[in-house]
Write a protein that binds this ligand. Structure first.
Ligand code: GDP
Ligand code: IMO
Ligand code: MG
Length: 424
């Protein structure tokens, strides 16, 4: 069996959580492969809404294994809160959740270092979610990190040594007033690791590969989006992991030839939260209309998301990097009331139009648009492609023709049921 991968093609918040939940019945195992509680994946299941940060979005289906892979960074405090909130719905997490012993731990001081680093950057700050992601991955790559497996043996000494090094940085490099904040966080963290230790802590690379050998199917769930990838995103305004498909190999321990389908998720327009370039961003009332209609406020931080038109230059770049085999278009309903819709098909840079994503997206990049007619009707109640208005079919066909990959699912609302499978 192969591992199918589902990931975001833009700047995150494309709707990955919703689609993972919808696709879970087809799979035996759902596995997160990178990122951490910077992610906020929203599920709307009939009468309730749940935002997941660390736990895979397959958790509300019975008899499915949900794996937190080695590539993830885990904060025991967020984890505990998430467990409490999910347990209210009667889900037995001790049975169907498996956590890699190789996943790195976000320590209380990582969060403080994130805050100190952003503060020190001033106007050039990344706009981090302040969950400690950058400092934790920095320790991992610097070979100083602590892993979930470390909790099982001689943990205190390892913890104290690492936290002392962080305190030194906070005090003498950042001159950051951390003592009071750390005391509160640390107490909460120590309590939370006792909860974490009660779960199935496993060698997840064996767990996943054994499942594949036994003919079980696996869906890998990405976090963030391709344009936030540490290597290929709009560096330095990125996150600290490989969000692209290759990240599923390193973040789960699956070989490249084991990758099957690659589902690339994109919104019918674009959003970005945090700092960094965004060529199609709209600073006017059209941008505000998108924000209002799409409820574009961060699932993790509540910050208003920056909004703009769909960018096909960026989308093609993301499709190339991930080897996308199927596209999934989200939030089409948000465009329901637009008379016309713009789609960016090129970038004008110093008088020349390019269709290839450039080294850097700076202020000289101007989007070149094609204007398409809007459908001006309500898509949210539709259940079948046959009911699509002509202009919506045109919008889908235009994108498919430009990027050369089929759109196989269109999402027309946040609920599980508002998901339409398209004919090839
Ligand atoms: P993720 O991080 O990629 O999982 O996406 P988020 O959950 O952060 O953001 C997506 C938001 O859009 C959530 O509030 C979803 O409930 C909502 N959503 C998902 N699909 C649709 C859709 O097709 N239409 C509308 N209107 N909302 C959607
Ligand atoms: P999901 O999985 C949208 C953004 C932050 C910031 C940058 C770095 O819900 O799509 P970090 O906390 O990683 O140091 O922040 O990345 N960011 C996200 N934006 N969705 C996310 O996750 C994000 N995770 C991080 O806003 O600009
Ligand atoms: Mg999100």
């Amino acid at each position: 069996m192969k591992v199918d991968v589902l990931l975001g093609l833009q700047w995150g918040d494309e709707g990955k959580g919703k689609v993972v939940d919808v696709l879970t019945p087809k799979y035996d195992v759902i596995a997160r492969f990178q990122g951490g509680p910077n992610a906020g994946h929203t599920l709307e299941i009939n009468d309730f809404k749940q935002v997941l940060h660390t736990i895979p979005s397959g958790i509300f289906h019975e008899n499915k294994a949900n794996v937190i892979g080695n590539g993830v960074v885990l904060d025991p405090i967020t984890f505990e809160k998430e467990i409490q909130s999910i347990s209210k719905h009667g889900v037995d997490l001790t049975k169907n959740l498996f956590i890699s012993k190789k996943a790195h731990l976000i320590l209380p001081t990582h969060r403080l270092l994130d805050a100190a680093s952003e503060e020190a950057k001033g106007d050039t700050k990344i706009g981090s979610t302040l969950k400690g992601i950058g400092p934790t991955y920095r320790d991992k790559i610097g070979r100083d990190g602590l892993r979930v497996g470390d909790l099982l043996e001689n943990f205190e000494a390892k913890y104290t040594a690492r936290v002392n090094a962080h305190k030194d940085l906070l005090e003498n490099y950042y001159h950051y007033d951390y003592k009071e904040k750390l005391a509160g966080l640390e107490a909460e963290w120590m309590k939370a690791i006792e909860v974490l230790k009660k779960f199935n802590l496993v060698d997840s690379e064996h767990f996943i590969n054994d499942n594949l050998t036994e003919n079980k199917s696996v869906l890998a769930e990405g976090a963030q989006g391709t344009l936030l990838d540490i290597d290929f995103g709009s560096y330095p305004f990125v996150t600290s992991s490989n969000t692209i498909c290759a990240g599923a190999c390193t973040g789960l321990g699956v070989a490249p030839q084991r990758i099957g389908k690659v589902f690339g998720i994109f919104k019918a327009y674009c959003t970005r939260v945090g700092s960094g370039p965004f060529p199609t961003e709209l600073h006017d009332e059209v941008g505000q209309k998108l924000r209002d209609a799409g409820h574009e406020y961060g699932s993790t931080t509540g910050r208003p998301r920056r909004c703009g038109w769909l960018d096909l230059v960026a989308l093609k770049y993301s499709i190339m990097l991930n080897g996308v085999t199927e596209l999934i278009m989200m939030k089409a309903d948000v465009l329901d009331t637009f008379e016309t819709i713009n789609v960016c098909v090129g970038y004008e840079i110093n008088g020349e139009v390019v269709e290839k994503f450039p080294y850097e997206l700076n202020d000289s990049v101007k989007p070149v648009y094609v204007e398409l007619p809007g459908w001006e009707c309500d898509l949210t109640k539709l259940t079948n492609q046959n009911e699509f208005p002509e202009e919506f079919n045109n919008y889908i066909n235009f994108i498919e023709d430009e990027v050369g990959i089929p759109i196989t699912i269109a999402s027309v609302g946040p609920n599980r049921d508002q998901t339409i499978i398209l004919e090839e």
